[in-house]
Design a binder for this molecule. Structure first.
Ligand code: PHB
Length: 367
């Protein structure tokens, strides 16, 4: 029988040779100063070009959008040039790669912000969360953010638009809008972090307004078939919560369907996979029912669970995070049913090539 993981799939204009997506993964290894992609990042993505699609790590769209030390950006010429080396290497190796566009909102710290300013958010609500400020300070508590003025919102949309243009110049195949995991767009969308009384808060229509304006701006740059979005309906990472995820994400899926974007990637449960209660099937069902583009399921998938859910029509593609950190040739290992390397959590964030580009491929191990 043919393996469902290796049935090709058309994603917008991209023909994916398999259903195995590399999930966006923060690795905090951009060159300093300047948060610029560098040679080891080129090698890391090149090694993983066997994915049906690579979604490159969350990348700040502007200096204000930065929330952690050593994460890369897409707002300077040096960053565009750095990413160009990455996309060239992935394409030369036969792969496809999107960039994830990221504004962290309140998940930041004045030490990471231009002129030491306070991070911005829909509302001045301090999250119970931490961020990584510097090698010296390590993880620190996040202070109360400043609520964005209504007249600042067009400037935020503009940051996304410019970043989308920069991603195009850097040679990506498309972009994914990060609307998950408690960052800016998720802060607007979810009911508890958005207490605004203007047109960008209150009703669901208003809470969706900024995410949808961003999608429209990015579609204006890329065309709808090269744009995707990532959401985490039931995730609580970074201290967010939505009172009615079925309603919120069902309606969002409808609106995204009207805009005609290529895919929705769904974090099915919490960040880093808390599946004690199983996948949130009612939310998955309403998104699948309302959105006719490609659905990408994410969260502690094994190869066999991905095969089952693809065959059952529960997901189109499956994205893998930690297994892709430890296995540069993950699709080949899945194809052969080969053993997987184990990941080392101590080298996920920051550092050098160790725990980054030195995980062996099957070919390395057979030498
Ligand atoms: C992180 O840097 O820890 C991080 C970044 C983006 C996410 C989730 C976690 O979506």
């Amino acid at each position: 029988m043919s393996d469902p993981l290796f049935e090709p799939l058309q994603l917008g204009e991209l023909n994916l040779p398999n259903r195995i997506v590399m999930a966006p993964l923060t690795r905090s290894r951009a060159a300093q100063p300047g948060d610029v992609p560098q040679a080891m990042n080129v090698e890391y993505y090149r090694q993983r070009a066997g994915a049906g699609l690579i979604i490159a790590e969350a990348t700040q769209i502007s200096p204000q959008g930065k929330g952690y030390a050593f994460t890369p950006g897409i707002h300077s010429e040096a960053q565009v040039e750095g990413w160009r080396q990455v996309t060239d290497a992935v394409h030369d190796a036969g792969g496809r790669i999107h960039l994830q566009l990221w504004h962290v909102g309140r998940i930041s710290h004045p030490d990471l912000q231009p002129n030491g300013e306070r991070p911005v958010a829909p509302s001045a609500i301090k999250p119970k969360a931490q961020t990584f400020v510097s090698a010296e300070s390590g993880m620190v508590d996040i202070p109360e953010p400043r609520a964005l003025e209504t007249d600042e919102i067009p400037g935020i949309v503009e940051q996304y638009r410019v970043a989308a243009e920069n991603a195009k110049r850097a040679g990506f195949d498309g972009v994914e809008i990060h609307c998950a995991n408690g960052y800016l767009l998720d802060q607007f969308l979810k009911s508890d972090s958005n207490q605004r009384t203007d047109a960008y808060g209150g009703s669901l229509e208003n809470r969706m307004r900024l995410p949808l304006e961003v999608v429209e701006a990015v579609v204006g740059v890329w065309g709808k078939s090269r744009v995707g979005i990532r959401v985490s309906p039931t995730g609580s990472f970074n201290d967010v919560h939505d009172a009615d995820p079925v309603e919120t994400y069902g309606e969002l899926a409808k609106r995204l369907n009207d805009l005609g974007i290529a895919y929705i990637e769904v974090v099915e449960d919490s960040f880093q996979g808390n599946h004690a209660n199983g996948r949130p099937q009612s939310v998955i069902d309403v998104i699948r029912g309302n959105f006719s583009g490609v659905y990408i399921g994410n969260g502690t998938y094994t190869a066999d669970e991905a095969r089952e859910r693809i065959t059952a029509g529960q997901t189109g593609l499956a994205s893998f995070g930690r297994p892709f950190i430890a296995n540069p040739d993950l699709p080949e290992r899945f194809r052969q049913g080969a053993e997987l390397n184990e990941w080392d959590g101590s080298t996920f964030y920051g550092g050098d090539e160790h725990g980054y580009t030195d995980y062996p491929s099957l070919a390395d191990q057979q030498r």
